[in-house]
Design a protein around this ligand. Structure first.
Ligand code: SF4
Length: 151
């Protein structure tokens, strides 16, 4: 069961979208330079469809996207939730994963970010980053990492 620690409305994590970002706990990746080690624990509220509806209703009309932050320990559940959001809540779906592992059905997602956080490589804003941010377009991944970087 996916659980979440907290949530927030964010503007920069997904370009062109106002996103309800939900921080999933029980992260199995244990990146050595993680800034959010509290998310390693299996704590928080269960993120059921009902709970997701409750959160979305708080911001309905203000958000365009739901951003699932983490969930690599329960990839199948992330995919089930993405399918639900896409087909029942009429919102776009983004997933920030700490791995490099495509979902089974990328068509249930609009945006995907892959890769662990490594301090010597930096996050998406760093030109040397190991992380990748993609837009899903016509069932294919289109690299949009450059949109986080100054030129
Ligand atoms: S994936 Fe994110 S939350 Fe998980 S260990 Fe890495 S940086 Fe921390």
């Amino acid at each position: 069961m996916l659980k979440y620690y907290n949530y927030d409305v964010v503007f920069q994590e997904v370009p062109d979208e106002v996103s309800l970002a939900i921080n999933i706990t029980n992260c199995p990746n244990h990146c050595p330079d993680c800034h959010s080690k509290h998310l390693w624990e299996n704590i928080g509220e269960e993120l059921t469809e009902d709970e997701l509806n409750r959160l979305v209703d708080i911001y309905r009309g203000d958000i365009t996207c739901v951003l699932i932050m983490g969930g690599d320990a329960s990839k199948n559940e992330v995919e089930t939730l993405a399918h639900y959001i896409k087909h029942n809540l009429n919102l776009k779906v983004a997933w920030y994963s700490g791995r490099y592992d495509n979902p089974q059905n990328i068509g249930d997602f609009d945006y995907l970010k892959f890769g662990p956080y490594l301090s010597d490589k930096g996050g998406l804003k760093n030109p040397d980053t190991n992380q990748k941010f993609y837009k899903v377009f016509n069932g294919k991944l289109v690299d949009q990492t450059y949109r986080f970087q100054k030129h």
